[in-house]
Design a protein around this ligand. Structure first.
Ligand code: SF4
Ligand code: SF4
Length: 179
């Protein structure tokens, strides 16, 4: 029997994009062996244990247990300091699908707090090709004036005086908008 038949026409089962509890199985598979350390491109640059997949999974575990708030900066780092390249999955003896954990948490954070204003505007413009072209041209010429990049943090920050209104454009307390 197909899933559609089981759930009724037009209904599909929720995924980890809809329900964070569905990533629990992936979290439970991690035995903290550290094999992922050798292949994670973020760790190879940061050289920080918190950048390794197993540490990110430990943070996810703490959130699921209720020991850490979804709004904790550690959670934001765990969610966004990842390219979702899946390299860790190729070196994982227990086949943890870390992409499901990272994307499940990103979706849960957006459900909780909404999209930052800037990203919302970008996604809206993607639906309108003409507006997108105009916005890209305007953005390219203004980028250096309004923003500065930080390669280490993989983030952009508004330059002064734009920094004063950064919060309303979706930048965090440290003035960063993670990529
Ligand atoms: S390789 Fe897999 S099981 Fe080992 S620490 Fe990394 S994610 Fe966990
Ligand atoms: S998916 Fe994320 S945690 Fe895994 S190797 Fe890529 S950057 Fe590292």
């Amino acid at each position: 029997m197909s899933r559609e038949t089981t759930l009724g026409a037009g209904c599909t089962a929720p995924t980890y994009h809809d329900d964070l509890r569905l990533v629990q199985d992936e979290i439970d598979k991690c035995m903290k062996c550290g094999n992922c350390m050798a292949v994670c491109p973020v760790y190879s640059v940061d050289k920080d244990e918190m950048a390794v997949t197993r540490s990110k999974i430990a943070v996810a575990e703490a959130v699921m247990k209720g020991d850490l708030s979804m709004d904790d900066p550690e959670v934001s780092d765990m969610i966004f300091n990842c390219l979702v390249c899946k390299s860790c999955m190729t070196n994982c003896p227990t086949k943890v699908s870390y992409d499901k954990i990272a994307l499940g948490f990103r979706a849960a954070l957006v459900r909780k707090n909404g999209l930052p204003w800037l990203k919302k505007m970008i996604f809206t413009s993607l639906k309108n090709p003409k507006f997108f072209d105009v916005a890209m041209k305007a953005g390219a010429s203004l980028q250096g004036i309004a923003f500065k990049g930080d390669r280490k943090l993989k983030a952009i920050s508004p330059r002064s005086p734009f920094a004063m209104v950064g919060g309303s454009f979706g930048f965090d307390g440290a003035g960063r908008c993670p990529s």
